[in-house]
Design a binder for this molecule. Structure first.
Ligand code: NAP
Length: 252
């Protein structure tokens, strides 16, 4: 860590959850390219995580992949220590990107649907934050939120509630863990995935953004790295959404 409180990515160790695909993958690759040793967490995307590790190592960096089901409390609690063990030194950067995104309506979802969303999307990040803090060292945490969380995403109600919870946790933890650990959020909007049908769906909605285009996973990674380096910023959320949150909306 620099004296000013920013984390110099080069030489640090980062744990990125959900690093086997999409946004987590882009963040892991960007950190690796900045000289950070990366513990690339995955659940089902073993091949994707292996590719991330291979790409970082091929460029001369350090990386390891680690599997965990973060909806399991013990596995979530133990992941920071496992990452530190794999990398041979403590973790100073934690990026909570893993998340479930399933359709559900507020008048219809079962109690367990809400519980499952909260468990994976908010409780697991909290357990990981606590584990990082338990190392007793300076650090930096970025929680991946959602640009719609200030509005109302009717079609993903349980997800929506879990992300609002993570937003509040981001602010609470920024106070609880200061001054040693900074905690910030990145709230993506319409981000076009690298491939697949989701890309076309995102492109079709691009005109609804004030900036009239979709964002890229790399642009989310850029905001994440900015917050990691910025020693005087904590408890904040950067919206990477082409201005979409400014409109306010009910989605669905
Ligand atoms: N992409 C967007 O446009 C967008 C927009 C708004 C917010 N966000 C937020 O940005 C973050 C990343 O989004 P994304 O689009 O990259 O996600 P995604 O493509 O939907 O992938 C979900 C990620 O969560 C992991 N995951 C799912 N269930 C898990 C479990 N039980 N245990 C551990 N990991 C699990 C997956 O790992 P495996 O694949 O290894 O199973 C995967 O890496 C999320 O927090 C999301 O809410 C994204």
């Amino acid at each position: 860590m620099s004296e000013a409180g920013g984390i110099a990515p080069a030489g640090s160790v980062a744990l990125v959850t959900g690093a086997g695909r999409n946004l987590g993958r882009a963040v892991a690759l960007a950190l690796g390219a900045s000289g950070t040793a990366v513990a690339a967490h995955y659940h089902a995307s073993a091949d994707g995580a292996a590719e991330v590790v291979e790409a970082i190592r091929a460029a001369g960096g350090e990386a390891w992949s680690l599997r965990a089901d973060l909806s399991d409390t013990d596995q979530a609690q133990g992941l920071v220590d496992r990452a530190a063990e794999a990398c041979g030194r403590p973790v100073s950067i934690l990026v909570n990107s893993a998340s479930a995104y399933e359709p559900s309506r507020v008048l219809e979802f079962e109690p367990e649907e809400l519980a499952a969303n909260v468990r994976l999307n908010a409780m697991a990040p909290l357990l990981l934050c606590r584990a990082l803090a338990a190392q007793g060292r300076p650090g930096c945490i970025i929680n991946l939120l959602d640009a719609r969380m200030g509005d109302y995403d009717r079609e993903h109600a349980a997800y929506h509630l879990s992300k609002r919870l993570l937003y509040d946790l981001t602010r609470m933890l920024a106070l609880e863990l200061a001054p040693g650990i900074r905690v910030n959020g990145v709230a993506p909007g319409l981000i076009a995935p690298q491939d697949g049908t989701g890309r076309e769906a995102a492109q079709a909605l691009a005109h609804t953004n004030p900036l009239r285009r979709t964002g890229s996973p790399e642009e989310v990674a850029e905001a994440t790295l900015f917050l990691i380096r910025s020693g005087f910023i904590t408890g904040q959320t950067i919206y990477v959404d082409g201005g979409r949150n400014l409109r306010g909306s009910v989605y669905g």
